[in-house]
Structures are given as C-alpha cells and as structure tokens.
Design a protein around this ligand. Structure first.
Ligand code: T3D
Length: 263
C-alpha cells in the first residue's frame, strides 16, 4: 500500500497537515489533492482545531504540480492545463483564505510553482532560512498560478513581481522577509520551535476574531475606503458579540491573562 501523501495531526488545538511525498519534493498529484481536501474536511469539523499549520516532509515544502503524473498529449492534441487549476488549486486557495482560523505555512525548504503560491496563500508564512521561493512557471512556459499573479504584485510591487515571474530565479527566505512577501524567516535550528510557539499562541487566541481579522484584511485589497469602513463596522459588531470579547475586557480590567475559548 502507498504511504499517504497527506499526513494530518491534531494536538492542543493545532492541526498540522504535512505534504508527504518527499521523494518527489512533495509535488502535487490528483490523489494528493483529494487527500488534502479530506484532511481539510477534518480540520473544519466544529471544535477540531483553532489553527492550521501546513508544512512539507523531508527537505522541501513542495515543488508544485507533479509534472510527471499526467501523460503528455500528442502535439496535435489539446492540453488543458487550466482544468487542474479549476478543479484543484483554485478551490484550495479559496478554502484556505475562508478557513475560520489562522493558517500558517511552515516553509521548511524549497516552495516552487503552485506550492510557492499555496504557501503565500496562507495567513502567516514562516520560512526556514535555507528555504527558497521559486516562481518556477516560466521555466516551463507557464504563468504563475494558484493566486501568484494576485498576491505577488500586491505584496512586493509590480517590479519585483515581474522579476520573480519572468526570471524564475529562487528567492531566499531572508529576501522574501525583507520584501514583505512573508511574515518571518528564522534560522533552521529555530524553525520548528518558532512554528510551534506561533501555532500555540494562535490556538489559545480569540479564534472567531481571527477569522474576522482575516476577512477584513483580505477584503481590503479590493475595497474602496468607504466600503472598508462599512465592513469594519459590520465585523466589529460581530466580534463585539463574542464571549471572547467580554473575556478580553474582563481580563484586562482584572489584570490577568485572558482565557479565550475561541467563540
Ligand atoms: O497541470 C499542470 O501542470 C498545471 C499546473 C501547474 C502548477 C505548477 O505548479 S507548474 C510548476 C511545477 N513545478 C516546477 O516546475 C518545479 C519543478 N522542480 C524543480 O524545478 C526542482 O525540483 C526544484 C528547483 C524545486 C528543486 O530542485 P532540487 O535540485 O533541490 O531537487 P530535484 O533534484 O530537482 O528534485 C528532487 C526529486 O523530485 C527529483 O526526482 P529524482 O531525480 O530524484 O528521481 C525531481 O525530478 C522530483 N521533482 C521535483 N519537482 C517535481 C518533481 N517531480 C515531479 N514534479 C515536480 N514538480
């Protein structure tokens, strides 16, 4: 029997999904996408988790689409590369963004192709110093996908987005942090502990408020100022109606740490 290509673990409110095809640098197959969808179903069960970490097994995070999986059609046959985006990557990116909890990409090694953009589609990207981000697409005459053309110019500006996409050179984790593409680059020997500590902190936080923070900040990229102010009113009302808000204020007034329940 084949080893599962997705591992899922739950501990203390933290769900960890490990991309697990290390001999193929965790590149994505159809089966792996299906396993990932099933794992996300588990993560989304009510009360199952308050934070999700996605990482890779072995020396890499993931090398994008498995280029060896699909048989190449004959030269006169059509090759619909958009289908895998529609069926697999786009729903995945939308799902990660909508997940009502923080999602951490723990980038342990190279993140290439669609997987670089899956990592960038997570809410917090923590990368080991030895990791790299590679918009590999132009190397095989494709365009950045899995949200790459959306997120890159918004995070690093058009000049750098074009440079990364056209030249398809690896970007170091350190440079990615300096450009504001990712949250944090940490030394390899501190990577696992940093991810663990960050996940634990988020798992004991106000989960519902985190979901609303995600919603408001992602909406800001496309909203005008007035619409964003109106959205803040609506979402702040919702945050203010949670038990965690009352607990946060009570804890502040009583000069003690808050005990958030995530609702
Ligand atoms: O349907 C569609 O195709 C459309 C979808 C597109 C979405 C995409 O993601 S397109 C982009 C696909 N990804 C790539 O182009 C990256 C391909 N990989 C690489 O360029 C290199 O592997 C890396 C730069 C990421 C890492 O290089 P290195 O030297 O550290 O490792 P390696 O030796 O190249 O890879 C290790 C093994 O993994 C190797 O197998 P081997 O020789 O030991 O038997 C390699 O072939 C395999 N591998 C790496 N990436 C892929 C892969 N096998 C299949 N697909 C891969 N994407």
């Amino acid at each position: 029997m084949n080893a599962p290509s997705i591992l899922l673990d739950f501990a203390e409110g933290v769900a960890t999904i490990t991309l697990n095809r290390p001999d193929r640098l965790n590149s994505f197959t159809e089966a792996m996408h299906a396993e990932l969808r099933a794992a996300l179903d588990q993560v989304e069960r009510p009360g199952a988790a308050r934070v999700l970490v996605i990482t890779g097994a072995g020396r890499g995070f993931s090398a994008g689409q498995d280029l060896a999986e699909a048989a190449m059609p004959a030269d006169d046959e059509p090759w619909d590369v958009g289908a895998t985006l529609e069926n697999n990557y786009n729903p995945l990116l939308a799902r990660l963004r909508a997940l009502p909890m923080p999602v951490i990409a723990a980038v342990n090694g190279v993140a290439a192709g669609a997987s670089a953009n899956i990592a960038l589609g997570c809410d917090l990207v923590i990368a080991a110093r030895s990791a790299t981000f590679l918009q590999a697409f132009a190397r095989i005459a494709l365009i950045p996908d899995a949200g790459g053309t959306y997120v890159l110019p918004r995070r690093v500006g058009l000049s750098r987005a074009l440079g990364l996409s056209l030249l398809a050179d690896p970007l170091s984790a350190e440079q990615a942090e300096a450009w504001g593409l990712i949250w944090k680059c940490v030394d390899d020997d501190r990577f696992a502990e940093t991810v663990r500590a960050t996940a634990r902190k988020l798992a004991s936080g106000p989960t519902h408020a985190y979901a609303l923070i995600k919603q408001s900040l992602y909406a800001a990229a496309d909203n005008d100022f007035e619409s964003q102010l109106a959205l803040e009113v609506r979402l702040q009302r919702e945050a203010g109606a949670t038990a965690d808000f009352r607990e946060g204020v009570r804890a502040f007034l009583e000069k003690r740490p808050a005990g958030f329940q995530g609702r």
